[in-house]
Design a protein around this ligand. Structure first.
Ligand code: GLC
Length: 551
């Protein structure tokens, strides 16, 4: 079902551009706006509806740009504001909407506010924009509480005051270069409303909200109960809404204000929340009326390749989000998790913890993972709601597990004391051509080394091959646009396939069947096979395969 134009996000397929690794238009080894502009025809041909571009702001790039030094400009390595304007305009000309990332939990330590905070005195308005506290113990030598950085190591760092003495501590739930903002401060709230307007005025269609669950903190800053503290922390469960910094109820006040700004534009702008929360019920709170439009469905991303688990996640997601009036989203991969081709090739296919690398122990059978990823794409794109495609997923890229240690850039690697390799393996620059420097990513090298087998995954080869992952995505997206049954709406489960089969009907006249078991199964009743993840013989669906059917 195609919703009204101002509700495009209810059924959109949104392509995530991790800007450093998408396409390098300037030949410096780093992806950029020029690269994205040159590849807009590719995205249009792929058939997505929108792109979400990861942070492109000036930044010391200690966390791939999620450490923002200036929210109203573009990093020189990515381009200029004029180039961003041109990209937004050209994307719109191609009927592609543009979302960008807003990082509101923290700034970079290079943000002017943080410099002002360091230069100011304890208790000053400049310090109050962040979370500064005196240390504990007689000399203030102990951090204000026991919170740890989610990347590993301490969550507080002590500063040197203007007179050279050891002073207060500031909170950083991520890297030491990412000081947390104080969202109880009215200047912080007003500043972000203004930043939203700055970009809405430039024509962007919406924002992906980074760490949307983390902005509100318990002002008492109580100690946390940790189950494990290294190589990165895991804390004990908390009563819902009452964790000192995760998913606190006050966070919703912020989004009601943001929504009012988005709604003041014609057409209204949209938000998608990156909210890592405990349950679908908690997630639904972010998309209650008057708040955000959508939220990533990470329960789905974390689910194992198992029919009953996936069905449970799908049912709960639809049951909980639909009454909130929100459309459901589906996502298999992003720049923070192991690529799903690799994950689905393992014995354990769930993601128990997002920071874990590899996602689960044991080797990965890439051929099996790829076969499952093909089926998973057809499942995801047939479900009611909108879907996210992480760049390179349409090429079937696996996680690069053997990047040399000297190449690793993710702050997790350093902060975990070189015990957790981090997220670089899913961020390796895309291969566009079979040969040539950096496989057509740019005209020179690439900021992370590409493995030699990257040429087998290049767009160039896949475009001409009807059996490629790229051809499957293109065909599925083409059908998704054409078929009134797909996109927003509802589904009806078909139950005759057995416990390892997910089969559902969508109106009018469409069915999707996915076989997650080990034996061939009969296809549900149909008049015609529209698309299948593997060639079908005798009306049966092989193991780890999916089909779209006209009924
Ligand atoms: C989000 C981003 C991740 C980043 C973190 C801190 O989870 O997706 O890449 O490291 O926020 O900003």
């Amino acid at each position: 079902m195609t919703p009204a134009a101002d509700q495009w996000w209810r059924s959109a397929v949104i392509y995530q551009v991790y800007i450093r690794s998408f396409a390098d238009g300037t030949g410096d080894g780093v992806g950029d706006i020029a690269g994205i502009r040159s590849r807009l025809p590719y995205l249009q041909e792929l058939g997505v509806d929108a792109l979400w571009i990861t942070p492109w702001y000036p930044s010391p790039m200690n966390d791939g740009g999620y450490d923002v030094a200036d929210y109203r400009d573009i990093a020189p390595e990515f381009g200029t504001l004029a180039l961003a304007d041109a990209l937004i305009r050209e994307a719109h000309e191609r009927r592609l909407r543009v979302l960008i990332d807003i990082v509101a939990n923290h700034t970079s330590h290079r943000h002017r506010w943080f410099a002002q905070a360091l230069a100011a005195l304890p208790g000053s308005p400049e310090r109050d924009r962040y979370i500064f506290r005196p240390g504990r113990g007689p000399d203030g030598n102990e951090p204000p509480n026991n919170w740890l950085s989610l990347f590993g190591g301490p969550g507080w760092t002590r500063v040197t005051e203007r007179d050279g003495s050891l002073g207060e501590w500031y909170l950083h739930l991520f890297d030491v270069t990412q000081p947390d903002l104080n969202w109880q401060n009215s200047e912080v709230r007003a500043e972000f409303l203004d930043i939203l307007r700055f970009w809405f005025d430039r024509g962007i269609d919406g924002f992906r909200i980074d760490v949307a669950h983390g902005l509100a903190k318990d002002p008492a800053l109580p100690d946390l109960d940790y189950i494990r503290t290294s190589p990165y922390p895991i804390h004990a469960p908390y009563p819902r809404g009452n964790h000192p910094f995760d998913d606190r109820d006050e966070v919703h006040e912020i989004y009601r204000e943001w929504r009012a700004v988005a709604d003041s534009y014609v057409p209204p702008r949209a938000f998608v929340a990156e909210a890592w929360v405990d349950s679908a019920e908690r997630l639904a709170r972010y998309v209650w009326p008057g708040q955000l439009h959508s939220a990533f469905n990470f329960d789905y991303l974390r689910s194992p390749w198992n029919a009953s688990e996936l069905r449970k996640t799908i049912d709960v997601s639809l049951d909980v989000l639909n009454p909130a009036g929100a459309a459901t989203t589906w996502v298999l991969s992003n720049h923070d998790v192991e690529r799903h081709v690799t994950r689905y090739g393992r014995e354990v296919t769930a993601i128990p913890s997002v920071r874990e690398r590899p996602a689960a122990p044991g080797p990965s059978d890439i051929a099996l993972g790829t076969r499952r990823a093909r089926a998973a794409a057809l499942l995801m794109l047939a479900l009611p709601g909108s879907a996210y495609v992480y760049q390179g997923e349409e090429l079937g890229l696996p996680e690069v597990l053997d990047l040399p240690e000297s190449a690793l850039r993710d702050p997790i690697w350093k902060r975990s004391g070189h015990r957790v390799r981090g997220r670089d393996g899913c961020r390796v620059p895309l291969p566009w051509t079979r040969r040539g420097p950096s496989h057509g990513f740019g005209v020179n090298g690439s900021w992370l080394p590409q493995p030699p087998y990257w040429s087998d995954y290049a767009v160039q080869g896949q475009r001409e091959d009807p059996r490629s992952m790229l051809s499957l995505y293109r065909e599925a997206l083409r059908l998704r646009r054409d078929l009134p049954a797909l996109g927003d709406g509802s589904l009806r489960w078909l139950t005759d396939g057995g416990p390892d089969v997910l089969a559902f009907a969508r109106e009018p006249e469409f069915a999707c069947a996915v076989n997650l078991g080990e034996t061939f199964v009969a296809l549900p009743e149909h008049s015609r096979v529209l698309l299948s993840s593997v060639p079908l013989v005798d009306n049966t669906l092989p193991p780890d395969a999916a089909a779209w059917l006209a009924t």
